[in-house]
Ligand binder design. Structure first.
Ligand code: VTB
Ligand code: MG
Ligand code: MG
Length: 338
């Protein structure tokens, strides 16, 4: 890796400390613009495809030797952004980066125009993101004040009381996001019994997890079982946000169990904290809102251009950036509005 800043050329730029984050920003922004055009058209497959193709092509020029560790699936089932695919510029001097992507997290949300769809990726030095199999993950996600006071194995009521104490409020004041799934019948009942409020969502537990880790979003925790790949991506964000998360892999079918075994996961009781799901020292996280959410605005199209709302974070230098971008590609001379 070159440290000589005076002679830096395109071929020998510095590694992950350089502004790869801004390159990733473009990757998620472009994908969001692409699929947001299909918002509400009822075609989740097409929206996902547009986001995936966009990410794949924008990523081609990123100055890295990238490798997808969490992506659209195994090579034989996904034509691009499949696990193991090499992405980025791939020049000798480029840093080796592992990438986890969910090109459109919440395909249904985009297809129906519901809130909470984002385009998202997480990156780290090689080995910094758990290679989670395509199975499920039981999750509990909270913000910094409740760090370490919740535990997946503890009864729901105890966890809620602990969050309430940590956040200096009553359990009744808490809002917990839960994916609206039959598997959560008991969890929902337990949360209601404890007295906390619930926001049921149809999809999109990554955006929900991020909201839980940021004060002022009106979301205090995410609980329940969602996708395992989404869990690793969320963990990357949680680390950058000083939040707290625990996850436990769950396989509901023989196929999912086999996938877990195939990836060397034998201890099904193991509880992973965020720093075990995303152990990298250098984590970069980038997401752009596709539809409106508690943190990120939707992609907005107006005659003169497009405006996006993104979150870009770098763990090693401790930066959390909310980025509001006006894309003038369509009309470069347009008037800029604050
Ligand atoms: C969640 C949700 C995702 O998958 O992880 C969920 O955040 C879990 O799977 O947006 P099921 O839908 O099978 O319950 C998504 O809905 C889709 O990636
Ligand atoms: Mg996806
Ligand atoms: Mg997803």
């Amino acid at each position: 890796m070159s440290t000589n800043t005076t002679t830096t050329t395109t071929a020998s730029r510095p590694g992950i400390e350089s502004d790869l984050a801004l390159e990733f920003l473009q990757v998620v922004e472009e994908a969001a613009i692409g699929c947001a055009k299909l918002m509400g058209r009822g075609d989740r497959t097409q929206a996902d495809l547009v986001a995936t193709e966009s990410m794949r092509s924008t990523m081609e020029s990123v100055r890295m030797k990238g490798c997808i560790v969490i992506g659209e699936g195994e090579r034989d089932e996904a034509p691009m952004l499949y696990i193991g695919e090499k992405v980025g510029r791939q020049q000798d001097t480029d840093p080796e980066i592992d990438i986890a992507v969910d090109p459109l997290e919440g395909t249904n949300l985009c297809a129906t125009g519901a809130p909470g769809a984002i385009t998202v990726l997480a990156a780290s030095e090689r080995g910094g993101l758990l290679h989670a199999p395509d199975c499920y993950m039981e999750k509990i996600i909270v913000g910094a004040p409740a760090s370490g006071v919740v535990h997946l194995d503890r009864p729901v009521e105890e966890n809620l009381k602990a969050i309430a104490v940590a956040m200096k409020r009553d359990v009744e004041d808490l809002v917990i996001i839960v994916l609206d799934r039959p598997r959560h019948e008991k969890l929902i009942e337990d949360i209601r019994k404890a007295g906390a409020r619930i926001r049921l969502i149809s999809d999109g537990d990554v955006a929900a997890g991020i909201a839980a880790a940021v004060r002022g979003t009106g979301v205090h925790a995410v609980m329940g079982v969602g996708g395992a790949p989404e869990g690793v991506i969320t963990a990357a964000a949680i680390r950058c946000l000083n939040g707290y998360m625990e996850g436990r892999l769950v396989g509901y079918t023989k196929e999912q169990e086999a996938r877990m075994a195939g990836m060397g996961i034998t201890d099904l009781k193991r509880i992973y904290r965020a720093d075990e799901l995303a152990p990298g020292k250098n984590i970069i996280f980038a997401a752009t809102g596709v539809t409106e959410g508690p943190l990120l605005k939707a992609v907005r199209f107006f005659g003169e251009g497009v405006r996006t709302s993104s979150l870009v974070m770098k763990l090693n230098i401790g930066k959390v950036r909310f980025i509001d971008t006006i894309h003038l590609d369509r009309q470069p001379n347009a008037e800029i509005r604050f």
